[in-house]
Design a protein around this ligand. Sequence first.
Ligand SMILES: Cc1cc2nc3c(=O)[nH]c(=O)nc-3n(C[C@H](O)[C@H](O)[C@H](O)COP(=O)(O)OP(=O)(O)OC[C@H]3O[C@@H](n4cnc5c(N)ncnc54)[C@H](O)[C@@H]3O)c2cc1C
Length: 478
Amino acid sequence: MGQLAEADIAWRSHWLKQALAVEGDVAAPLEGSDRADVCIVGGGYLGLWTALRLKERDPGLDVVILERDICGGGASGRNSGMVLSAWTKFSALAGLSGEADALRLVKQSAEAIDGIDGFCRAHGIDCWFDRAGWIWGATCAAQSGAWDDPLARLARHDYRPARPVSRDEIAALTGTTSHLAGVFDSSAATIHPGFLVRGLRRAALQAGVRIYEKTAMTRFGRRGAPVVETANGRLQAQKLVLAMNARAAAVPELAPALFIISSDDAISTPMPEKLERAGYARGPLMIDSRVFVSGYRVTADHRLLVGVTGGHIGFGGRVDARFDRPSPRIADMRRALGQGHPALADFEVASAWNCAIDRTASGLPLYGALRGNPDILYGYGFSGNGIGMSFLGGQILASLVTGTEDEWSGSALVRPVTRGFPPEPFRFVGAHFVRGAVRRRDRLEHEDRRPGPVTTWLAGLAPSGVTPSKANIAETGQ
Ligand SMILES: Cc1cc2nc3c(=O)[nH]c(=O)nc-3n(C[C@H](O)[C@H](O)[C@H](O)COP(=O)(O)OP(=O)(O)OC[C@H]3O[C@@H](n4cnc5c(N)ncnc54)[C@H](O)[C@@H]3O)c2cc1C
């Protein structure tokens, strides 16, 4: 075990800096040859939950995680910490294998929130879990009712995950009258992403999982027993799990389903009085109904966290240096807050960062085995909604690794990779047009103006994100 150099801490997200100040040890990289029963590439939530589930099922299994950076260095240590179930994606889920399976997945995703809480309590992980609830709101008339489709379809199954809230009720709960309407889901929670991911790492080490950090997989063999190569070593395993998030786009078999775009977050300096005055000292987390959603929440140490989506687009799925730097989108965040909670728009920024998002066309993750090699498994495509979904993903991948036939391996999310987007360079060029149209439509709708037919058509091509928008309800197999 070693410690990170100062320069390797300074650029990181506020969450990770806070977490590393408490638990800053880094595992040694892989040098030379090693063997394991299971090798997991990626030390984010998905890789860690998978490792933990495997150890729970069979403590004797030798499980190794290879992480190119440090565990939590990716999206798991940089997200907004909003833990939501998947009911908003009911239509897309139903598109995979019908409403009965979709309902089961929605219920499992709600149980995942309790599961995270329960695991953290049992393992002494204080990740500031707070069942604050969630308001999915509309900051302009055109957004109003974005939630109608999934709620109406779920109500037919007698499942009601959220209730309508009026403008006045939203104002009473959050201090802002800018949300014209919305729905309130009391099951949602906020967490500290850094404490969660580094806590999971600690739990994994305690369970006997071996971790190599600062160890990038440079290639892997596709024939026979999986062999992973790194700069200074190689590891042979019986099963290989690729839990690489956006960097899955570097694997040719996984790339077709993926579209890479950044999300940006900023966190304020502690401001208890300002939050109190604004009526948002401890309110539900808020997300609007844009295609490129923006959201905000408060933290246990009285900060405001603001997030915006729809930033940089990755050419050919490349996650380059633009996805690992201070956010250049503070103005967009202030604009979104100006439309959602104006009293907070002038927040003092303590830290701002960005990170790549692994979007699929439907906004749903995929799991399965690489074609032609049942020993190489994958999980990716959380599309910005991965805290709760990766908890489920750990169960799914553990069942796939162990060859267990159960509700997890039989999940509708287990499916082959198919092309979700056009090939390059059409994907990159088209994505810029679509992103521009989404932003234009959004601006016009906030000015109570109707976008033209071309803008409407182009914006309608945008893949689903955290929530489906009224105009982009996806019902697609990928
Ligand atoms: C700004 C932002 C805000 C978000 N907000 C929310 C939110 O509020 N709620 C929510 O549910 N979700 C949110 N998300 C999404 C959520 O963070 C992710 O879906 C989730 O963390 C995915 O976990 P993961 O383990 O798949 O990915 P990651 O945490 O990215 O882990 C993948 C790991 O694989 C490693 N890796 C990749 N390639 C290699 C290689 N070749 N060799 C070795 N290691 C490799 C990476 O370094 C990385 O650590 C947000 C994401 C972002 C970027």
